[in-house]
Design a protein around this ligand. Sequence first.
Ligand SMILES: [Zn+2]
Length: 486
Amino acid sequence: MEQNLFVYNTLTRKKEAFEPLNAPHVGMYVCGPTVYSDAHMGNARTYISFDLIFRYLTHIGYKVRYVRNITDAGHLEGDADEGEDKISKKAKLAQLEPMEIVQKYTVGFRDVMRILNTLPPSIEPTATGHIIEQIELVKVILAKGYAYEVNGSVYFDVEKYNHNNDYGTLSGRNLDDMLNNTRTLGGQDEKRGKLDFALWIKAKPEHLMKWPSPWGIGFPGWHLECSAMSNKYLGEQFDIHGGGIDLVPTHHTNEIAQNEASCGKNPAKYWVHTNMLTVNGQKMSKSLGNSFLPDELFTGNNHILTKAYSPMTVRFFMLQTHYSSTLDFSNDAMEASEKGFKRLMNAFALVDGLKVSAQSDVDVSTIEKGCYTAMNDDFNSPVLIAELFELSKIINSVHDGKTSIDDKNYQMIKNIIQHFVVDVLGLVNEQAANDELPNVMDFVINLRTEAKTNKDYATSDKIRIGLQQIGFQLKDSKDGTTWSKI
Ligand SMILES: [Zn+2]
């Protein structure tokens, strides 16, 4: 915590010293996925970026409460009160219960996050689990006079709000510009102003996900859940609010308006946004035919990809670009990352066998300092990785007998790897992990054989079923037991 951390704040458009409201506690809210389809590459990039931030804040001693919601209702197709609820629409097409869709894609999203070695958030609240809180928030905003009810729906009155507040504070745009550049959207016949947005939407009879409210049967507007849930778990004001940069003009702008209208406070001190992912210089989109899913990247099963890339290569590739810059995907860039990552991991694998001398030709503390300087400069992971490449050169040189290091520097090398490679960047040496797997499996199979020999079938079944649940199948034959990955 003695670190001199600076964070770029979208709200003030500058890098600011990071001073939490209630140190050593840090509250961080990140807008989570809408679980109506597979997690996409943009999700992967956004949440790897916030995982880096979460990990670094934790590393320097903060006690972080990281809240990332799951949007399982209320997010309409057009993002702005138009079209159908994304989850309801998918449920109707697939003839499933909306909650079956939610379950399927929530599990899939968490799987991708785990494979990419992102840490789970402290709390992962759902929109459907917080309908009561959302209704209460609408009541407060209505009571404060910043919303109005029309025919069972409740809308936020943007122009009235803008009299006393600055609606464009986050996007840096003024209201007239916004009014002139807004197309007519859903619910317009009921809205007083072009920029007004729904807090509560009256449900049509065929709408699947709906709840009773003081205004009739309906469902919450998308922006409402994040105000309600961040308030519930982090308080009226907390430290960091994050999400993809595409959320700035509407979703986050409306969130701030809801919070200011209800309690007079901007919810977050620092607004942090991750940039977009492009493919060969173009926006990634299904219509351009250049989109692919994380799973397809891991298997190579997409025409855009020349081969498969391991999850750690993907993570490393993403961390080689600063979170606030556009990240361009190409097969060449991925291959370069794959080579670089292997080079780095191969050097780090030599550390345990390095010869320690009485004298040191190098002073590793400058690299450790460089690692902190990089991360303190708005979580600059590419500069951190450049420092780690410098470290790998020293390790290789000591290994080749060209450089000598003393014990102090040797311990420092070990610390840098543990702190920055494992704890902060969250990178795992997949090769080493795979090399050890057969030994671990032999050990577990022997335990099970021993249990069977002792007629302890409860334990032997527990081992077999447990392995199956994490993706390993055992096969018994007269020659013994073999294993395979499912
Ligand atoms: Zn949100």
